[in-house]
Design a protein around this ligand. Sequence first.
Ligand SMILES: Nc1ncnc2c1ncn2[C@@H]1O[C@H](COP(=O)(O)OP(=O)(O)O)[C@@H](O)[C@H]1O
Ligand SMILES: [Mg+2]
Length: 235
Amino acid sequence: MQKKELLYEGKAKKVYLTSEEDKLIQEFKDDATAFDGAKKGTISKKGEINNAISAYLFEYLENYHIPTHYFEKLSANEMLIRKLEIIPIEIVLRNVAAGSLCARYNIPEGKVMEYPILEYYLKDDELHDPMINEYHAYAFGHATPDEMKAINRIASKVNAILKSFFDRRNLVLVDFKLEFGKRIKDIYLADEISPDTCRIWDKKTHKKLDKDRFRHDMGGVDKAYRELRDRLMGD
Ligand SMILES: Nc1ncnc2c1ncn2[C@@H]1O[C@H](COP(=O)(O)OP(=O)(O)O)[C@@H](O)[C@H]1O
Ligand SMILES: [Mg+2]
């Protein structure tokens, strides 16, 4: 298996073709962006930390029969993945109020939701990722009702699995974003699961161990990413 030309360069990763038609290499960068790319910077060692955490969590989820695009970790900041047709919808799951939810519905940060909230956003930087519902997904031709049903089921299951995984490490899974892709008829969990795409707090102190430290210039960003990796993968 050889690494071939760059297929796509995004904000946090580069995706390469390989000598095998159905496989890609996902390379994690140290670059960080927030607020639709308005804020830019780098987080030291982020590429390797996010690659390590994503690989670890994808492997963990596979044990629970969650279909993921992950094949194997190739190097510190690269993983081999299944090439998919990405559904351009960001699926957000929220257990605790934070971020845009607080402003939109006037809810204090940290309020525990009585039931997990599932939200959809169109993955479109130019439109600033507008919120949509399932009917937009059908009407725009992005996913069928059956596909959305499969996505919802997988997303809820991922939430249940990861919530208890984090809880056992004295961490709170506040919210997270997932992307899905299709191959023929099958739906797979794609992209990454990392402190760039999740909000994770210490259970006792509520110390933030995710990209919010970068978004809001809270300091200790590099250290928080390292702490999270060590607490997740430490045993
Ligand atoms: N299995 C996959 N097959 C094809 N594309 C993928 C797969 N997993 C993730 N991607 C896409 O690769 C890109 C990863 O780079 P990223 O920096 O996250 O981009 P973006 O800035 O668009 O979020 C994303 O556009 C994501 O949708
Ligand atoms: Mg992305």
